[in-house]
Write a protein that binds this ligand. Structure first.
Ligand SMILES: Cc1cc2nc3c(=O)[nH]c(=O)nc-3n(C[C@H](O)[C@H](O)[C@H](O)COP(=O)(O)OP(=O)(O)OC[C@H]3O[C@@H](n4cnc5c(N)ncnc54)[C@H](O)[C@@H]3O)c2cc1C
Length: 507
């Protein structure tokens, strides 16, 4: 199959999928005003690949030209190329889309990389993982994923919750009943990767990993209210659309066997998530760096337009923003420089730097966006709309009131409105929530880091420095530990499982 065009992607979304928005059943997500923009934004991304094939494609084992969405990095150069692709897509939308189309394929890459362990020795599932990769690559599918479950009160027994479970095993496949959150992008995806997240009292009926088309009978997608609607002038971020965080309802959905990747082992479920998410989490950093680039520009442009660039609060905000951007970039480069080749031959950026970078970027996100209020103050809220500027009675006065030596009133309004969209209004509020939680809160990331960090050599060094042992020996142990490339996934998973089990008691 040739490279997929934007028109082909849009056509594929008209497949009879059951999508609901604010209580209405939506017959076509590509024409429904609140949902169409996202579809068209990502249709343009498909066309971008076709228009720039030299940069954004590669040849697979059969010599077919494929999008870099499905590129398997084998070397450091490959990983840099793959990151440039993520950054290029992100720059077309200001980094506002956490689920751009190159993201979920990286979870599939994670599964492919440990396909034997992931399939837990079941040859059918191992084959399914490989076949799915090839088929999704051939059709360049747009994918969403849903791992996390709804926030059930811990006092409610698992069997009384809606956490999806297998209610029947048939010759054609498994039958799944229940509901999941948060499946961002699901209403605009071709298919959804569904996975289980560890929780106390899980039995084998709750542990399943599979991928199905959105238009599967019995699968209902409930989209949340859309934010940032309006003209491109009034909502510059909204012009790209608002990627939707969806609920999935499984009304006895038949998942064919060939779409199942793993089944039935709660302890496996507790350890596997970090193992398949390293590439995806590395790409979150790259996308977030692009968003930080845009914010850096705004933190410089807005004070300049207001004539406040030299004021201490503007200087502090810009300085902190630059520090944030540069730190994220440093983590990305460190992860790539210290990467390693996995036993399956894939180049993996160093997980320690990925997790530390993500914990840093999320922990500081709220602080960084908070500076916008200092930078802009009243300018953030007193911004005329396009209709106000166009009004013959008040327009001229508003143009005069908001012009500055470096920008016209309308230019200033557009720039400030972008900042408002990205940080302050309901679109910006959702952006913040997304960055804080979309792939584990930073406290969970810190816990993962601690679980995988071997502190023994550092204890040895501290003790030796206190005169309790040999400093050269301790220094050698620290140097050896610092040079390690991987992570102890078993320890990470066990720490996570213990933490979730602890949570139920604590609440
Ligand atoms: C805007 C946005 C977009 C997101 N997009 C995605 C996405 O595309 N795909 C995806 O998979 N996730 C997505 N997430 C989910 C994200 O991974 C989680 O929100 C995050 O991990 C933090 O979890 P939580 O605080 O929301 O839920 P928590 O309160 O941590 O709950 C997580 C799960 O653990 C269970 N649990 C918690 N405590 C207990 C207990 N004591 N006993 C039993 N069970 C317990 C909950 O019931 C729930 O199933 C998104 C989140 C946001 C906010």
């Amino acid at each position: 199959m040739a490279l997929r065009s934007g028109a082909e992607y849009l056509k594929a979304l008209r497949d009879g999928r059951e999508v609901y928005l604010d209580g209405r059943k939506i017959s076509d997500v590509t024409t429904e005003p609140a949902l169409a923009r996202v579809a068209h934004t990502f249709a343009r991304m498909y066309d971008m690949v076709i228009e720039n094939q030299a940069d954004w494609t590669f040849r697979d084992e059969q010599g077919q030209v494929r999008s870099l969405n499905w590129f398997e990095p084998r070397t450091r150069e490959d990983i840099v190329r793959r990151r440039s692709f993520t950054e290029t897509i992100a720059r077309r939308t200001g980094g506002l889309f956490g689920r751009q189309q190159d993201y979920v394929p990286l979870f599939h890459l994670g599964m492919l990389d440990i396909k034997r362990e992931f399939s837990r020795g079941d040859a059918r599932f191992e084959r399914n993982i490989e076949n799915y990769w090839r088929r999704a690559r051939e059709h360049d599918l747009m994918l969403a994923h849903s791992f996390i479950d709804a926030q059930a009160h811990p006092a409610v027994p698992l069997e009384k919750t809606v956490v999806p479970r297998i209610v029947a095993r048939k010759s054609e496949g498994i039958v799944v009943r229940g509901a999941k959150t948060v499946a961002t992008f699901a209403c605009h995806a071709d298919e959804i990767l569904v996975g289980a997240f560890p929780r106390p009292a899980m039995t084998e009926d709750y542990v399943m990993y599979f991928s199905i088309p959105v238009a599967t009978p019995g699968l209902r997608v409930v989209a949340r209210t859309v934010h940032g609607q309006g003209s491109a002038f009034d909502h510059p971020a909204g012009q790209f659309g608002d990627e939707n965080d969806c609920i999935l309802i499984f009304d006895d959905v038949l998942v064919p066997w060939e779409r199942v990747f793993s089944l039935g082992e709660p302890s496996f479920c507790a350890t596997v998530f970090p193992r398949i998410s390293e590439w995806a989490h590395w790409s979150i950093l790259a996308r977030l760096a692009v968003k930080a680039e845009v914010l850096t520009g705004l933190y410089s442009l807005i004070p300049e337009m207001l004539g406040r660039a030299q004021q201490p609060q503007s200087q502090e905000a810009l300085g902190e923003m630059i520090r944030y951007l540069t730190s994220i970039r440093a983590f990305i480069h460190a992860a790539e420089d210290q990467g390693h080749v996995t036993p399956e031959g894939h180049f993996m950026p160093n997980p320690i730097y990925i997790t530390t970078g993500r914990a840093y970027s999320v922990e500081n996100y709220r602080r960084i966006i908070g500076y916008l209020h200092d930078v802009a103050s009243q300018a953030l809220i007193i911004i005329p709309s396009e209709a106000a500027f166009d009004n013959p009675d008040i327009g001229a006065a508003l143009e005069k009131m908001f012009e500055s030596p470096s920008a016209s009133a309308r230019e200033r309004a557009r720039v400030v409105r972008l900042a408002w969209d990205m940080v302050c209004d309901s679109y910006g509020g959702r952006q913040t929530l997304f960055e804080l939680f979309n792939a584990l809160p930073w406290t969970a990331q810190r816990a993962q880091l601690m679980a995988s960090f071997d502190v023994k050599p550092y204890q040895q060094l501290a003790a030796a420095t206190a005169g309790l042992g040999s400093i050269p020996e301790a220094a050698a142990a620290v140097a050896e530990a610092a040079g390690r490339k991987g992570r102890d996934y078993q320890a990470v998973g066990e720490a996570y499982a213990a933490k979730s089990a602890g949570k139920i008691v604590a609440r």
